[in-house]
Design a protein around this ligand. Structure first.
Ligand code: SAM
Length: 240
């Protein structure tokens, strides 16, 4: 198993496990001291640790050795209009699995999502990072209204805007026409709410230079389906 820890990581360090983590390792996964645990803190790479049981219900971890160096963090910005909480968790986890380096909820005219619990989004990002084996935790950026969100994007960052009203065309060809796959620019992906984008929003987005409106085909996808589809395409065509 792979666990995210906030603490520093160095050979010989003894880390007391939080109750939930101890329970997960000892009871859920039924691990014992002979099973290695992989640790990462987002700064110092991945380290192998050993379980040092402290009674039946708790344990420490003894950090043994580094197994992977710290890679450059993913850079893809994932901008999405929040959905109902349950699907919000799903969207956050899929964004991390698909290589997002920054996740930002965007409030648009038709956004239905309730109040965004950023701590919950971050917990989902940590869980997804542990599960998919990346060694950094994507940033959960402050939610922003669409204009402020667009302004916050660096001009050189190519915005891939999922537009269900864009003329149906080959998304791979559209991405290749917007950026050189051999030297891909920094990227951002924008997915709208269940109610779609308002015409004024579409115009605002289209007015931003360095933006490509991408059709994902003739069917109207649910926002969380569109998110996985566009992230898969962007990574496949322009991924680093
Ligand atoms: N306006 C849509 C309608 O008429 O029902 C609703 C929006 S759709 C459920 C949610 C979001 O997913 C859209 O805003 C868009 O970002 C993305 N999306 C869905 N289908 C898409 C498609 N075929 N091409 C590109 N993006 C799509």
């Amino acid at each position: 198993p792979r666990l995210f820890v906030e603490s520093d990581l160095a050979e010989g360090l003894i880390l007391p496990l939080e109750r939930a983590q101890a329970n997960y390792l000892l009871t859920v996964l039924r691990r014992s001291e002979t099973d290695p645990v992989l640790l990462f803190n987002g700064r110092d790479g991945e380290w192998r640790a050993e379980i040092v049981p402290q009674g039946r219900k708790s344990a420490d971890l003894r950090v043994v050795t580094r197994t992977r160096p710290q890679p450059a963090p993913p850079d893809l910005h994932y901008l999405f209009a929040p959905l109902k909480t349950g699907r919000l968790d799903y969207m956050a986890q899929k964004a991390v699995e698909m290589g997002a380096g920054l996740i930002r909820p965007v409030f648009t005219r038709f956004t239905q999502g309730e109040r965004i619990k950023l701590e919950r989004l971050r917990a989902n990002a940590v869980e997804a990072a542990e599960q998919c084996g990346i060694l950094s935790i994507p940033e959960i950026a402050e939610p922003a209204r669409l204009p402020a969100c667009l302004d916050a994007l660096a001009p050189e960052r190519l915005l891939v805007f999922c537009d269900e009203d864009a003329p149906v065309s080959d998304p791979v060809a559209a991405l290749r026409a917007a950026a050189d796959p051999a030297h891909p620019p920094p990227l951002a992906v924008l997915v709208g709410p269940e109610g779609g984008f308002h015409e004024e929003e579409r115009a605002l987005i289209a007015a931003r230079p360095n933006t490509v409106a991408l059709s994902l085909g003739p069917r109207i996808l649910r926002a969380d389906t569109a998110a996985v589809a566009v992230l898969t395409l962007v990574q496949a065509v322009l991924g680093d």
